[in-house]
Ligand binder design. Structure first.
Ligand code: M6R
Length: 609
């Protein structure tokens, strides 16, 4: 989703700006642009639709020269994917601005601005922001004051960066929602939406708080809060590697990340187990105090992370911990009846998902006893805002489709269930048993990955299909949901997931020989129930594609294709069964020739509502 980079340098800025955009590419975008203040004190702008590579080529043809500049990757919200809609937006040839977020009152502001004689060259909500800053400059305000005055008039959630042609060596940025990080060296200052873009120049960074406006010069920067008071924000040092993530021998990052899962899970478990026990310090310094007070768990997340939460609900309730799971975008706007001792657990790969952040804020406002995040990005907003953090330690995930972070988040959630099981008087032998199973996880994941060739062959049956159904029962229903999400997001095949027992209450009407029905069939307590449901599909001419335990008793036939998953204990089975579904969607996407790592319309990090 939109990314911002900016710099006040003592050498040419465009190289850093372009590299910064490249490092924000993973967030998802559809156009990109850059502005610098040239050596004659004029704005020079280049914008392109498509990849940052297009922008790079345009800059090679006509380089931009200047030491102060801003750049942006745009993920369209208001207005189509066109060059005029790409940022930076310019007002009166003197003021340029980039924005990440949404301005809700853009229509009313536009009317007033039109009445003042300003004209528009784009369909975006952002253009009203640059006009509004311009109007305040016309009133005689200084650039930073004009930005602050504008921010007070905007409704919505946004981060912005502004340069003025008449003030080379100055860059003003403001935050009211999506994160903005400042980086400094001795004689240069930088801004970016996340740390990846800053790493080529510095590891030290400050995070602006909501309402902050920062005035960046080559010698440093002055931050004022929403009341106009000068403030200092803590200086952090990033532990992240500055190296760009390499694809190696893989064709796509998604494929690489699927294959990294045994190592990712081993890293998630590293230092978290001692003998047959889970170390509760893994969740943070205040873990004991918060877990002692936990009476129930409320999980909040979006997309794949939400599916991990649904699996965890089975584990938590199994050990006696009441648990609810909610989609963040719904939770944030709902009134909640307070329940004493609620631990709110958010799950997020990026730690920057706008809805999850807002839901966390709402949960705290409504009196959550404690908060915890399961996250893959240590320097993210959710980690900063939560009492406890369990880091998945998977390393960067580049593919938009979450894979390794899904299995690692589930692993972390299983550890949480074990730690809480002790306080709910659950049989201690269970922890011992599950910890032993957890130690087998990397090996079991390797076995699941060994199914790839057979899955690639199975995928052939899906290339010409428009729809697919995914079935599962119990903790494997969320795994079916995740399988359906993976298939639709990277192959654009419409896919829906159902608890298998629910078929006859409606979806069975869809079943015929044209709709493939995928099911996960571990040999658990529900296997006989599932088998009956699968017979209901067969009886209606449905074609079944099954990932099943060899002991499940399922038999292959003309209309039933079965790939066996090596036997696995039911405590960790959902983690293992997610792998064949990832591989299936990946190979279907290869057949369909889609952009696997950057599927259309999607962003890795969803930083707007
Ligand atoms: O970064 P988060 O885990 O908070 O992201 C939430 C969803 O946008 C994300 O899980 C999304 O559904 C997946 N990338 C889809 O594969």
């Amino acid at each position: 989703m939109c990314g911002i980079v900016g710099a006040v340098r003592n050498s040419e800025a465009s190289g850093f700006l372009l590299e910064g955009l490249r490092r924000l590419e993973y967030r998802g975008y559809d156009s990109a642009g850059v502005v610098v203040i040239n050596h004659a004190g004029a704005l020079e702008r280049t914008r392109t639709i498509g990849k940052v590579g297009e922008l790079e080529q345009a800059l090679q043809r006509s380089p931009l020269t200047g030491m102060t500049g801003i750049a942006h990757t745009r993920w369209a919200t208001h207005g189509g994917v066109t060059e005029p809609n790409a940022h930076p937006h310019i007002c009166n040839d003197t003021l340029a601005l980039v924005c990440n977020g949404i301005i809700e009152n853009h229509e009313s502001l536009r009317e007033v601005q039109r009445a003042s004689g300003l004209t528009f060259t784009s369909e975006t909500d952002t253009e009203v922001v640059v006009h509004q800053v311009y109007l305040h400059l016309q009133e005689g305000l200084d650039l930073a004051d004009a930005v602050r005055a504008t921010m007070k008039e905007l409704q919505g959630s946004f981060a912005l960066a502004v340069v003025h042609a008449g003030e080379p060596g100055r860059l003003v940025v403001g935050r009211q929602g999506p994160p903005l990080l400042l980086g400094r060296t001795d004689d240069e200052t930088f801004v970016a939406s996340d740390i990846n873009a800053l790493l080529p120049v510095t590891r030290s960074y400050q995070v602006l708080e909501n309402g902050d406006v920062a005035d960046l010069h080559d010698t440093g920067c002055l931050i004022r809060n929403d009341r106009g008071e000068i403030v200092e924000r803590p200086l952090h040092t990033s532990a992240q590697s500055g190296d760009a993530v390499e694809l190696g021998d893989y064709r796509h990052f998604m494929q690489k990340e699927i294959h990294e899962q045994p190592r990712a899970v081993a890293d998630t478990l590293e230092g978290r187990l001692l003998g047959d026990r889970v170390l509760e310090d893994s969740f943070g310094a205040k873990a004991k105090e918060i877990f002692d007070a936990t009476r129930q768990v409320q999980i909040i997340a979006c997309g794949t992370s939400y599916h991990a939460g649904l699996v965890a609900q089975h584990w938590l309730e199994y050990v006696g911990v009441p648990c609810e799971v909610e989609v963040a975008s719904e939770y944030r706007y709902r009134r909640h009846a307070p329940r004493e001792g609620t631990l709110v657990v958010t799950i997020s790969q990026s730690g920057e998902t706008a809805d999850t952040l807002a839901a966390l804020e709402e949960a705290v406002r409504q009196g959550a006893m404690g908060t915890m995040v399961i996250c893959n990005v240590p320097e993210s907003s959710l980690v900063r805002e939560s009492d406890l953090a369990f880091m998945t330690h998977c390393g960067p995930e580049v593919g938009v489709a979450s894979t390794k972070t899904f299995v690692s988040a589930m692993t972390g959630l299983l550890l949480l269930a074990l730690v809480l099981s002790r306080r709910h008087g659950f049989d201690a032998g269970f922890e011992t048993h599950v910890v032993r199973q957890l130690r087998t996880l990397p090996g079991a994941l390797e076995s699941a990955l060994a199914m790839e060739d057979a899955i690639a062959e199975m995928a052939q049956a899906f290339g010409d299909k428009a729809h697919a159904l995914f079935l599962g029962r119990g903790a494997h229903f969320p795994i079916a949901m995740e399988g359906a999400l993976k298939l639709k997001e990277i192959s654009y095949i419409h896919a829906e997931a159902y608890p298998a027992g629910e078929l006859k209450h409606g979806p069975l009407a869809l079943v015929d020989e044209k709709i493939p029905v995928v099911a996960v069939a571990p040999n658990d307590l529900l296997i006989e129930k599932l088998k009956s449901n699968l017979e209901e599909v067969r009886a209606r001419g449905g074609r079944l594609y099954l990932f099943a335990d060899p002991a499940s008793g399922l038999v292959e036939s003309e209309d039933v294709r079965i790939l066996h998953v090596a036997p696995v204990d039911s405590a960790i089975a959902p983690i293992i069964y997610s792998v064949p579904l990832q591989l299936l969607s990946y190979h279907v996407a290869l057949i369909k020739g889609t952009d696997v790592d950057k599927p259309r319309n999607l962003a890795k990090s969803v930083t707007v509502e």
